[in-house]
Design a protein around this ligand. Structure first.
Ligand SMILES: Nc1ncnc2c1ncn2[C@@H]1O[C@H](COP(=O)(O)OP(=O)(O)O)[C@@H](O)[C@H]1O
Ligand SMILES: [Mg+2]
Length: 290
């Protein structure tokens, strides 16, 4: 009965209301024994979180704040907590959980996963990818190193046995030291250290999916929007895939099926790029008329 209850709670949860946020912050304050208030400073854009992440600040110690991520289902929330722990155990830099169980608050829909807020967390979708052109000095100095480090980062996750499951620019973030922080693990898993050959193949296929979703997210971001598909693909290969392959120390990308999957991804990117080209051209035209 317990399980059944958990599964049907709020299957489609929309964003928390202000009242729900305040009630949740009060309940968190009680749970951790600190004076907290809801904080709107540095709020994230609606498109950056499907879960309506919001923040709480310690009113006596303003170096301490918390990120609250709401789930419709406590199993999913618990899974995210467990995976954050597992990532930390494997030596990955990740968000630090504040409670080992999801926080349930009366009169508030859903349950929450609470982590320590990293104020300087910068996600990769905040880069103006569409403003750079291959070959420009600023492209070489600003964009190429970032792409290489993204490739290495994903390669490192895979080498650590982790499939992320929602790999896209908005879920890839660094702190000022340049270290990557691993988060948003709802669809992630770690494969066991001792795995059968079959599980190994499944895992590699899933890693392939992380690669294809991140490439598509580059296309959606307007990366190389006004260049040809050939240039887009060449830049992805040289600056993202090569560092990825070196870091993951694998031949994932070389067998026929995976090559096909990549080509399929590039086809999808062409369509995404056509759409985003239209949007970018419209923005260019608007700016030209200002
Ligand atoms: N502990 C945290 N510190 C700082 N920012 C956070 C933290 N947790 C979440 N965020 C912000 O909230 C956004 C959404 O969180 P995420 O875990 O990706 O959930 P969603 O599934 O809603 O995308 C992140 O991109 C990040 O900007
Ligand atoms: Mg996210």
């Amino acid at each position: 009965m317990h399980k059944y209850e958990e599964q049907i709670v709020h299957p489609e949860l929309d964003k928390p209301t202000e009242v729900e946020k305040v009630l949740t912050v009060d309940a968190l304050a009680k749970a951790i024994g600190r004076p907290l208030e809801l904080s709107h400073a540095g709020e994230i854009g609606a498109s950056d979180s499907g879960h309506g992440v919001f923040f709480a600040l310690d009113t006596q110690d303003n170096t301490q704040s918390y990120a609250i991520k709401r789930f419709g289902n406590s199993q999913k929330a618990q899974r995210e907590i467990d995976l954050l722990h597992e990532a930390a155990n494997r030596g990955l830099k990740t968000l630090q959980t504040v409670l080992d169980k999801p926080l349930a608050v009366s009169n508030v829909r859903g349950v929450d996963v609470v982590t320590r807020r990293i104020p300087s967390l910068g996600t990769m979708n905040s880069i103006a990818w569409s403003e750079y052109y291959a070959g420009q000095p600023s492209y070489e100095s600003d964009i190429v190193p970032v792409m290489e480090s993204i490739g290495q980062y994903i390669g490192n996750l895979h080498a650590n046995g982790m499939h992320h499951g929602d790999m896209q620019l908005k879920n890839i973030a660094t702190i000022p030291s340049g270290e990557f922080v691993t988060f948003d693990l709802e669809n992630a898993y770690f494969h066991a250290d001792k795995k059968s050959a079959l599980q190994q193949v499944d895992f590699q296929d899933d890693c392939m999916k992380d690669i294809t979703t991140v490439i598509e997210s580059f296309a959606r971001s307007g990366f190389m929007a006004s260049s040809s598909d050939e240039i887009f693909w060449q830049e992805i290969q040289e600056n993202l895939l090569q560092p990825y392959i070196e870091e993951s120390d694998s031949l994932f990308l070389l067998d026929d099926d995976r090559h096909k999957a990549l080509m399929h991804c590039i086809d999808r990117c062409k369509r995404i790029r056509n759409e985003s080209n239209k949007t970018h051209l419209t923005i260019d035209r608007l700016v030209a008329h200002l």
